[in-house]
Design a protein around this ligand. Structure first.
Ligand code: GLP
Length: 232
């Protein structure tokens, strides 16, 4: 695992962008993308660059269950606002929050199988989750409907007007699919992530800390700011 410590999220976004640019000079065609506040600086770098993503495919990690693509709290909406409306991709995929739970997981896994991910961008939850794979998730998991933990609901309520509005369920790509990416760029910013990233990088590999499975992946770059890295 390569660990890079930067001053702040802006510098972290620039660093991640450099890695993506480097990948695109070679074989990178499929980007696995994440939502949340963490990748915003990266998406800004991408939208302000002169790079063309028109030949690239983007596959997102997750979506809130029950939210439509035009709901301004959905991850569809977030991706459209932050990246896709400004930098068109050849094709983009995000789980459909309104789709039937009997069919949506298999549909999404087929998309992942057909578009092997070259570079996966990841953030991490304060409880160590990656995507919406909460503590306790099997490392063999694939796409499914998940129940969000109270701690995730509490963290994510900052993006909603009222706590009751935070969805209780989501569709998430599984840990097995995340690990199938050729390269993973994990970005971690802010002191509130310090415990989670310490356990992720230095603790035992355990389903209690989903991110810790990344220790088993051969090609991970971790970009942390000084606040997040304070316990490392
Ligand atoms: C959400 C997302 C994750 C993200 C995490 C951290 O729950 N499903 O993919 O990494 O929260 O969010 P933030 O970047 O806002 O701290």
């Amino acid at each position: 695992m390569e660990k890079i410590i930067v001053k702040d999220n802006i510098e972290g976004g620039k660093k991640a962008f450099e890695l993506i640019k480097e990948g695109m000079r070679q074989e990178t065609k499929v980007l696995g993308l994440a939502t949340g506040s963490t990748p915003i600086a990266l998406y800004k770098e991408m939208t302000e660059s002169d790079l063309d993503f028109g030949h690239m495919t983007a596959i997102n990690l997750d979506e809130y269950f029950g939210l439509s693509a035009d709901n301004d709290q959905s991850y569809h909406y977030f991706m459209q606002e932050q990246l896709f409306s400004k930098k068109p991709f050849k094709e983009t995929f995000i789980p459909d929050g309104l789709a039937d739970e009997e069919t949506e997981p298999a549909r999404y896994d087929k998309i992942i199988d057909e578009h092997p991910i070259d570079i996966q961008i990841l953030g991490i939850g304060t409880n160590g989750h990656i995507g919406f794979n909460e503590p306790g998730t099997s490392f063999d998991s694939t796409t499914r409907k998940v129940s969000l933990t109270e701690s995730t609901i509490a963290s994510n309520k900052r993006n909603f007007e009222k706590a009751e509005e935070v969805p209780r369920y989501a569709y998430s790509m599984g840990i097995k699919s995340i690990l199938s990416a050729k390269e993973i760029i994990l970005m971690v910013f802010g002191e509130e992530k310090a415990e989670a990233i310490k356990k992720t990088l230095e603790g035992p590999i355990t389903t209690d800390v989903p991110g810790s499975v990344l220790q088993q992946h051969p090609n991970v770059v971790v970009i942390m700011d000084e606040a997040a890295a304070k316990l490392i």
